[in-house]
Design a protein around this ligand. Structure first.
Ligand SMILES: O=P(O)(O)OC[C@H]1O[C@](O)(CO)[C@@H](O)[C@@H]1O
Length: 406
């Protein structure tokens, strides 16, 4: 395992744990993760042996302990077993929350023989959910495609795109399976008010982007479906205006957290959009495919993104690569948690102070789905908790927040 490159200079608070009854982390372990595993059984046609593996995993969450991984053919077996060393033999309940979630999703792949050379090799256990997620977002995709194909590429349209990209993160299949939400959930018109953006740095960000001339911009991507399409629209804007010469999309090397996007998901999304009956959607997709063909839009992955490590533990080679970027969009809740080390920061601690270690200027676009946030004003805390007691986890509140950008 590589050494951390740099840690935050501030003293580190303890990590979020799952042992605290009543916490969202505890609820995740006791209810959400077992439900995700059950859905994997229900939505796939796995062999009895695989079903049995998944049922054993469900049982283990409740009363078993953490063990090493055993799937020999996997590319990250050695690193995972190194990460696991301090935790082997402990109850799931007693390991840090982000670690446990990343481990759970890796165990799903072990259980389903994702890396083994048999008939289940490379089968995405969440494929049904991902496909249906894209289907239910079709109206929004049509609307955004028409807008992006025809509207003038000015600051107003850039700012509107930021909000679209932010609220695209609300649709997350690890929290809200596709059949548990009505299809309007993905609608463009159904976004919470701008007042639900707790930190809104869009004006500063769009000013800075207006001065970009053919720079490199990166996205640390989160979910497939509407969120991925919204990211692609923003990438399209940046490439079309020549603010960016090149855009890198950093994707997961294999399926995780149900809806997280892989390179294969980007390719299949573009294929599906290219054959949509709507011409605006087809045009958007073909333009994006052209950017890929001429290497202006690059799809890359790295095993770090599916590891249980937090962002200040990023391997040096990846940090050095990201350091070449003029701007990185860090998407979604889980990536935000990793930025903050998934630790119990006081909600008013400066976000930039915690994340100064990050290798390049970055902006977090994230709807809140876990009990962690930084950079809020004390007065905001009181008013938001009064208005909405579930504000930290119901995905109705968001941030468009600058990290360490000079
Ligand atoms: O797709 P996103 O925005 O990263 O959301 C996933 C997050 O939501 C949760 O499912 C909430 O616990 C976490 O597992 C994770 O932080």
């Amino acid at each position: 395992m590589q050494k951390p490159f740099q840690e935050p200079k501030l003293p580190l608070p303890p990590p979020l744990m799952m042992s605290e009854s009543g916490s969202f982390a505890h609820y995740t372990l006791t209810s959400r993760l077992p439900a995700i595993a059950r859905r994997v059984i229900a939505e796939n046609d796995f062999t009895p042996e695989i079903v049995n593996n998944l049922e054993t995993l469900i049982q283990e969450l409740a009363d078993g302990s953490v063990r090493s991984l055993t799937d020999d053919n996997s590319p990250d077996l050695t690193s995972w077993n190194t990460y696991l060393e301090p935790f082997v033999g402990k109850r799931w309940l007693d390991i840090p929350w982000f670690f446990a979630e990343a481990y759970f999703f890796r165990r799903i792949l072990e259980a389903t023989h994702y890396f083994l050379p048999d008939s289940s090799q490379s089968v995405d256990p969440y494929a049904v959910q991902k496909y249906r997620g894209l289907e239910t977002a079709n109206d929004s995709i049509k609307a955004i495609s028409a807008k992006i194909n025809h509207s003038e590429k000015d600051t107003t349209s850039l700012i509107a795109l930021f909000y679209f990209v932010l609220w695209g993160n609300r649709a997350d299949l690890s929290l809200w399976p596709v059949d548990a939400v009505d299809s309007n959930y993905n609608s463009l018109e159904n976004h919470p008010e701008q007042t639900h953006v707790l930190v809104d740095d869009t004006a500063v960000i769009s000013d800075k982007i207006a001065k970009f001339d053919k720079v490199r911009i990166d996205f640390i991507v989160d979910n497939a479906g509407l969120e991925l399409v919204s990211d692609l629209c923003l990438a399209d804007y940046l490439l079309d205006t020549n603010a960016a010469k090149i855009v890198y999309l950093h994707l997961k090397p294999y399926p995780t957290f149900v809806s997280d996007a892989t390179i294969k998901d980007v390719r299949s999304t573009l294929k599906i959009l290219a054959t949509d009956e709507n011409r605006e959607v087809q045009h958007l997709s073909l333009r994006l495919q052209d950017y890929i063909n001429c290497n202006r839009l690059c799809l890359v992955d790295d095993l770090f993104w599916t590891s249980p490590l937090v962002f200040w533990e990023m391997p040096e080679s990846l940090q050095q690569d990201l350091a070449q970027s003029s701007l990185i969009f860090v998407k979604g809740d889980a990536n935000y948690r990793r930025c903050l080390g998934d630790r119990q920061w006081d909600f008013t601690t400066s976000f930039a102070d915690i994340t100064y270690y990050f290798p390049a200027p970055f902006v977090a676009l994230r709807t809140l789905k876990s009990e962690i946030v930084a950079g809020l004003q004390p007065s905001q805390l009181e008013s938001v908790s009064r208005q909405d007691p579930q504000w930290l986890t119901n995905g109705q509140w968001g941030v468009i927040q600058i990290g360490n950008w000079g």
